[in-house]
Design a protein around this ligand. Structure first.
Ligand SMILES: *C/C=C(C)/C=C/C=C(C)/C=C/C1=C(C)CCCC1(C)C
Length: 245
């Protein structure tokens, strides 16, 4: 009996209408499942493609651990776990930049390209955090700066150096690069929308306020798992002795 009451106080109740809590929970399971999928598939690929798929798995695994913290934080405090959210992004978004570098390496991508993308993503995230958690009355200013860094990333991969390398690589790599570019242009654009729903600025009178967490959770599932699957599909195409088809 005593054991029972301890358990009840540790595992919080979930209100059936707590949709935010639901997306945190499903997010945790989806990220965990995706990680197992990527890790367990590793041995099937040619050696030089394993690192890329491994990084896909690391991205979803790091997210899974953060989602376990975030879902508990949410159910205990009923407020956005902004700190854990950004720690997750600080680790996973640079890893997505590494993915661009890894697939373009065959065309001669240099680590300077990778560090440039990582640097831009860190600027995007630091300024986003300042606007969302620290200087909340200046959210539009910090969000604007963050948006500029985001657009430079979009430029680099769509039209800049990364694009040229993808064209030089051609074939399946060019195709995969294009899809990843769409993820960054459309999938990543969901995040500033969530930010605008959760902060006050010129946009508030137009779009109102809403659940930033539902928007971020959906975006994370699309971007982290979808992005990883594009890499997975590319690795399959590039593997000669296919064990899988
Ligand atoms: C797995 C997590 C990912 C791919 C997170 C991506 C996050 C962004 C692209 C965030 C962008 C933001 C802006 C462009 C402006 C407002 C502040 C941010 C940080 C939400």
């Amino acid at each position: 009996m005593e054991k029972m009451s301890i358990l009840l106080s540790v595992v919080p109740k979930i209100d059936p209408t707590d949709y935010v809590g639901f997306t945190f929970f499903v997010g945790a399971m989806a990220m965990m499942g995706a990680s197992a999928f990527f890790f367990l598939s590793l041995s099937q690929f040619d050696r030089k493609w394993r690192t890329s798929v491994l990084v896909s798995g690391l991205i979803t695994f790091i997210a899974a651990v953060h989602y376990f913290y975030m879902k508990d934080y949410w159910s205990a405090h009923m407020e956005s776990p902004t700190f854990f959210r950004y720690v997750d992004w600080f680790l996973t978004v640079p890893l997505m930049c590494v993915e661009f570098f890894l697939i373009l390496k065959v065309a001669g991508a240099k680590t300077s390209l990778m560090w440039r993308l990582i640097g831009l993503s860190v600027i995007m995230l630091i300024t986003g955090y300042l606007g969302e958690a620290v200087f909340t009355n200046q959210a539009e200013l910090w969000g604007g700066i963050s948006g500029v860094a985001y657009f430079v990333i979009v430029y680099d991969i769509w039209l800049g150096k990364a694009k040229k390398l993808a064209v030089a690589a051609g074939g399946d790599i060019l195709k995969a690069h294009k899809i990843l570019c769409w993820f960054v242009l459309v999938g990543w654009a969901i995040y500033p929308l969530g930010y605008m729903l959760g902060t006050e600025g010129w946009y508030t009178s137009i779009i109102g306020t809403g659940s930033v967490d539902i928007v971020y959770n959906i975006a994370d599932a699309i971007n982290k798992i979808g992005f990883g699957l594009v890499i997975y599909a590319l690795a399959i195409k590039k593997t000669d002795n296919k064990v899988i088809s």
